[in-house]
Design a protein around this ligand. Structure first.
Ligand code: 5GP
Length: 193
């Protein structure tokens, strides 16, 4: 007989420097709803989930499994922060799509829209590749911060203007493996950086 597995400890000690904002259960429920929304809105034809790395990799994995349609998943590496908690405004493609998206219905899967600068850059870039349509699915939005208006088609949660980590989001490459989204204690951010 196989012995029952002991519960795994959380990958990071949450109480120490991260305060829970959205629990794993709340996120799972909302991701299922977003999957239903995207499924219902899909016009037919080729569907491509375009996951913006690195922050959306966990969200994209869960979202893909909540969409019961044939689809492709591709990844685009974008970087705009470089180890800081404020955007530099300079966006870099760190790795490109593996296949063309011409004629495809693309759903961009993004972790968070803050100032909108990254998404505006991405929309301009994708338009040159002639997709049939482009929709935006963002897990989180910090609306007070928007510098460029972005029309989000599928939105998970609106959150306050705090720097958050977990569920794929990092600070200086840490905390991505937290199963929840939490607010990073500013003191901890200083210590880690
Ligand atoms: P924007 O260009 O909209 O200001 O920023 C978008 C990108 O900045 C996101 O894809 C994400 O990588 C990063 N970002 C913005 N706000 C946060 C945050 O609160 N926490 C983390 N970890 N990254 C953020």
């Amino acid at each position: 007989m196989i012995p029952a597995a002991a519960p795994l400890p959380l990958p990071e000690a949450p109480a120490r420097d991260v305060e829970v904002l959205l629990s794993a259960e709340e996120i799972a429920r909302r991701v299922r709803e977003l999957g239903q929304e995207i499924t219902a809105a899909h016009p037919g034809g080729e569907l491509v989930l375009l996951s913006v790395l690195k922050g959306s990799f966990i969200f994209a994995a869960d979202l893909a499994r909540a969409i019961p349609l044939p689809l492709r998943i591709d990844f685009l590496g974008l970087s705009s922060y470089g180890g800081k908690t404020e955007t530099t405004g300079v966006v870099q493609i760190t790795s490109d799509l593996t296949r063309p998206i011409e004629g495809a219905h693309v759903v961009i899967v993004e972790d968070i829209i803050d100032t909108g600068l990254t998404m505006a850059y991405l929309l301009d870039n994708l338009a040159t590749r002639r997709p049939a349509s482009v929709k935006i699915c963002a897990l989180l939005e910090k609306p007070g911060r928007s510098r460029l208006p972005i029309a989000i088609d599928h939105r998970g949660f609106v959150i306050p203007d705090r720097f958050v980590v977990g569920y794929g989001l990092d600070f200086d490459e840490r905390y991505r493996n937290l199963p929840f989204v939490g607010v990073l204690d500013p003191g901890a951010a200083g210590r880690v950086g």
